[in-house]
Design a protein around this ligand. Sequence first.
Ligand SMILES: *Cc1c(COP(=O)(O)O)cnc(C)c1O
Length: 413
Amino acid sequence: MATINTNYRKLAAGYLFPEIARRAAAFQEQHPEETLFKLGIGNTTEPLTPTILEGLHAKVDALSNVDTYSGYGDEQGDTPLREALSRYYRDMGVNIAPDEFFVSDGAKADAGNLQSIFSLDTVIAVQDPAYPVYVDSNVVSGRSGGFNAEMGHYDGFVYMPGSAETNFFPAVPTGKVDLMYICSPNNPTGAVASHEQLAAYVEYARKHKAIIIYDAAYAEYISDPALPKTIYEIEGARECAIEINSFSKFAGFTGVRLGWTVVPKEVIAENSEPGEIHKMWNRRQVTFFNGASNIAQAGGVAVLSEQGLAESRALIAYYMENARIIRQGMQTVGLQVYGGDNAPYVWVKGPEGMTSWDLFDVFLTQCKVIVTPGSGFGPAGEGYVRLSAFGHRNNIKQAVESIVSNLKLNERN
Ligand SMILES: *Cc1c(COP(=O)(O)O)cnc(C)c1O
């Protein structure tokens, strides 16, 4: 008799994007003449750049020739890419050996899979609000109780809430936790942790033999040179931090699919030998994963070339100009605005008493703009919405103009 993993029934956060689509479709049906603008989606829109296309094309051509064809590569990733990643970190002042990188088909899978090398009684702490996969992967693995609708959270997890007062970065937990998920620059708030804030986490982790899973998928969006782009800028992080990152938002690889995870050999848990976690992640990957696409990896090497980096940073600057336009528009209508300066997300607070979904409905019905309710990213996101800077400039401008012309927060309908 087969039985299903009933933990899947606990997944509640999955209602977010289907519910957005449902409300947008219902509005569109009642107002077929209206065009809806989308500021809700965290997906890149601009084409790949020339140097990166060249890298991808060259690999496709190599695969067409019997002398240069290659099949399966190393599960951990191709050596040229791991060496290029090592140089990329060295340019940030950080030493990571090529064999400490594990190339993957994206950061989301790694963020979801990393929990599998820790015991089931691991106490999970998660930055709130945050990208849903950290919570959901641990729910499915059975580390939580049920979804507590009243609190907007899962019982059994420690939520580390950010607030405007702390620039949306949470204080370190007061009790004992084992595995802490942090995302900086943060999706959805756009907030970036400072050196001091990260150092407090590293200190906590070392003291309690806890581990930080650090999602740096938006690191390249940081323009303030005072802010850390990798957690390994913090002394001691090699003992306690696993970093995941991706070419998705870095170079428009959302569809190409390529990411990486850094597992330093020094990382230790309470009951592990030095080097054991590095070996376990290696074992996990060679057992369940057959390596990222070799075409995508050739593209990744091109991204990390001098010219590839320059082009990718120009692309990021394009999205960040969108973010500036969105920020400015929201300030014009008198909304409280956060983020959008070192991350492609603008985090907007509604007036007191309005929920995220109230605000979503106002943006939809008054302005024809789709945003993302902050409460879908955790209970501390309640009262906020996320506006995404991913989009064509024209669409972004039209959406912002529509908000500026039509938003009337005191006349809700
Ligand atoms: C988009 C995003 C990723 C990227 O995931 P991929 O699977 O590499 O496309 C990872 N983390 C966060 C927080 C993101 O927003």
